[in-house]
Design a protein around this ligand. Structure first.
Ligand code: ASP
Ligand code: MG
Length: 422
């Protein structure tokens, strides 16, 4: 008997029928003697629906007062689905009780719409578990020191579940979703993509940060920090499947690298179309330039991803970097108004039709030539590389967006990730 946390995503909770399936599955786990805590998302589409209502009444505003109300509003989605799940569990003959974030409480900071969890009081949960109840805890939400309701950012229920598992030292946190695990790449782009049985925590962190959207990145960070055993699996299997088989299904996020001895050097190919490139041309090549450009960008709260400074010619150089596409227009204006005049640089040019493609694998630490193989594969497809960045377990390139699928498919095959034909 162990303490287990289940998390169910929006599609898994998408209708009364789906909620009934979740209840039957949870009941199966509870009846084998496990102590069960369940963290559901809002029913699919509900958060979008609520936020769209707000937009209908007033265009998005950057004020704290507005964001406070967005959280007040969006948090209701999880409150509803949690109560519905408790009702469904009661109908299955189990004792069950649901709690909103503020009732435990789950304490967060006050950054509305992207709050961070600071602590979780699990007293009530423990007491209910001791009485044999299944406890439902709302995902996505918490409460700040002043008693305001906060939310954790889109996809934040993953983080709620991992945080609850960490706080309660659960045996495992199972994230039930509409895919059956973590894949070598997006199967919609490469049909030969394979499900990984295990993936290391560090690889998962890279893949999540690179845009593989299976888990909210903060949940992976949390799992790493508190060493939570985390598994991603499908909620669309028959609820009455064999529980041991279910417990082994999906993808386990591991901490022990040796578990992956047989694993390939590269575990996955990630891609991301959310970035845009800016190049400041004719920058004088002297100390303080990177600070001048990127300092201004950072002061405007714009995150920079890749950076490249070219070799100088006649004391002038070009300086390129990428930002999120949503920040692109703001970044261009900022450079034009604040940086060019001070720098005496010629101009700033931009490109939004770019894509970042990355290979990820902890095997890259111990193998040389992995990056150069990536460059060779791309050159064989005549794909021009605009920027490169590397870390210990990842190599990323920026290429023209129109070659994204070709690049991902070729790399997937070249690194031996294609599924063997059955
Ligand atoms: N309901 C929230 C969202 O749609 C949180 C979550 O589902 O994880 O982003
Ligand atoms: Mg999600």
């Amino acid at each position: 008997m162990a303490l287990i946390v289940h998390k169910y995503g929006g599609t898994s909770m998408g209708s009364p029928e789906r909620i009934r399936c979740v209840a039957k599955r949870v009941a199966k786990w509870a009846r084998t003697g496990h102590q069960m805590v369940v963290v559901p998302s809002a029913m699919s589409g509900e958060t979008n629906r609520l936020l769209a209502l707000a937009k209908e009444l007033a265009p998005a505003r950057a004020t704290e007062a507005y964001h406070r109300e967005l959280d007040m509003l969006a948090a209701t989605g999880e409150q509803a689905s949690s109560a519905l799940l408790a009702i469904a569990l009661q109908a299955e003959g189990l004792g069950s009780v649901s709690y909103a974030g503020w009732q435990l409480p789950i304490r967060t900071d006050s950054s509305y719409t992207k709050a961070r969890i600071e602590s979780i009081d699990d007293q009530r949960v423990r007491a209910d578990l001791a009485h044999g109840k299944v406890v439902i805890v709302t995902g996505f939400q918490g409460i700040d020191d002043e008693g305001n309701i906060t939310t954790l950012g889109r996809g934040g229920s993953d983080t709620s579940a991992v945080a609850v598992a960490a706080a309660m030292k659960a045996h495992e946190c199972l994230i039930y979703t509409d895919v059956d695990g973590v894949y070598t790449t997006d199967p919609r782009v490469v049909p030969q993509a394979r499900r990984l049985q295990t993936v290391s925590f560090e690889e998962m962190l890279e893949m999540a940060s690179l845009g593989s959207k299976v888990l909210q990145i903060r949940s992976v960070e949390f799992a790493g920090k508190y060493r939570v055993r985390l598994r991603v699996l499908s909620s669309f299997t028959p609820w009455d499947m064999d529980i041991d088989e279910e417990a082994r299904s999906g993808t386990l996020i591991t901490f022990e690298e040796d578990e992956k001895m047989e694993q390939a050097v590269v575990s996955g190919i990630a891609f991301n179309r959310d970035e845009a490139k800016l190049s400041v041309l004719g920058v004088p090549d002297k100390p303080g330039i990177a600070y001048l450009i990127l300092g201004a960008v950072a002061d405007a709260n714009i995150d920079v991803d890749m950076i490249i400074q070219n070799l100088s010619k006649d004391g002038k150089t070009d300086f390129s970097f990428t930002v999120h596409r949503n920040d692109y227009a703001r970044a261009i204006d900022l450079i034009k108004e604040k940086v060019l005049p001070v720098l005496g640089a010629h101009e700033v040019v931009g490109d939004t039709n770019i894509c970042k493609v990355s290979i990820v694998g902890i095997g890259m630490r111990s193998h040389v030539g992995v990056a150069s193989k990536m460059f060779r594969v791309l050159s064989e497809e005549s794909i021009n590389i605009q920027m490169i960045s590397t870390s210990e377990i990842k190599t990323s390139v920026v290429i023209d967006e129109k070659y994204m699928e070709l690049a991902v498919r070729s790399l997937h095959q070249a690194f031996g990730l294609d599924q063997e034909a059955a």
